[in-house]
Design a protein around this ligand. Structure first.
Ligand SMILES: CC(C)(COP(=O)(O)OP(=O)(O)OC[C@H]1O[C@@H](n2cnc3c(N)ncnc32)[C@H](O)[C@@H]1OP(=O)(O)O)[C@@H](O)C(=O)NCCC(=O)NCCS
Length: 187
């Protein structure tokens, strides 16, 4: 589910049930070689069994929320996360903030793009959503830069600060097929 980059070509990724096809393809093609040393290989006879095993292994379903720190050269500078993951309706909300010293450099946009991969590829969901106070121009430019559609503005539905003021909320979204098209045009 998450990637730890080892070098430019190699990384570690936490598994999810969506890796079942790729795992099973190797296991099935190399059953004799792997099964000589790894006895669990003989119990893995279909993609479905592999998917179930990965689900058990990872404690699937995933948590209801995911929060990550943005780390620049070893220093925590902000956060991007999924404050809502709706596995039934297949969408997740993305949220973010960053320290002012690191604003305006595209770090949050890059973090959001990485979370989109998590949502679409690892969690297998169909939509990401970003909700923003209508007056938060800086935050609104993130989904706009990334090609999200403005689904609508919900009047008086968001508390942004501690004044008690209820603001209008812009709801942006990106569908899986729109993400596919955007990523193939701009990998
Ligand atoms: C909203 C917030 C997260 C936006 O942070 P940000 O640093 O502006 O966002 P990004 O990291 O995507 O950076 C975008 C800027 O970097 C520039 N940039 C440079 N390289 C870039 C790249 N490779 N990709 C994208 N943008 C890049 C963009 O042109 C843009 O510049 P601009 O500010 O002059 O328009 C930040 O202002 C914040 O933390 N605000 C307070 C908390 C908040 O409002 N959270 C959101 C609640 S909904």
């Amino acid at each position: 589910m998450f990637y730890r980059h080892i070098d430019d070509h190699l990384c570690l990724k936490l598994v999810s049930p969506f890796d079942a096809e790729a795992f099973f393809a190797i296991i099935d093609a190399e059953r004799d070689r792997l099964g000589r040393w790894l006895p669990w290989v003989w119990a893995m006879n279909s993609v479905e069994e592999e998917r179930k095993s990965l689900a058990d292994l990872t404690g699937w379903p995933p948590p209801k929320q995911i929060c990550t720190a943005l780390v620049l050269d070893g220093q925590v500078i902000g956060s991007v996360g999924l404050p809502t993951i709706d596995l039934d309706a297949k969408w997740a909300e993305i949220g973010y903030w960053i320290g002012s010293a690191h604003e305006g450099k595209g770090y949050v946009t890059s973090g959001v793009r990485e979370l989109e991969k998590l949502v679409f590829l690892d969690l297998g969901l169909a939509k990401t959503q970003i909700s923003v106070d209508v007056d938060n121009v800086r935050s609104r430019s993130i989904p706009e830069r990334l090609g999200y559609s403005l689904d609508g503005t919900l009047r008086r539905s968001l508390i942004s600060d501690n004044s008690g003021r209820v603001a209008d909320r812009c709801v942006y979204s990106l569908l899986r097929e729109e993400w596919d098209a955007r990523e193939s045009a701009n990998p």
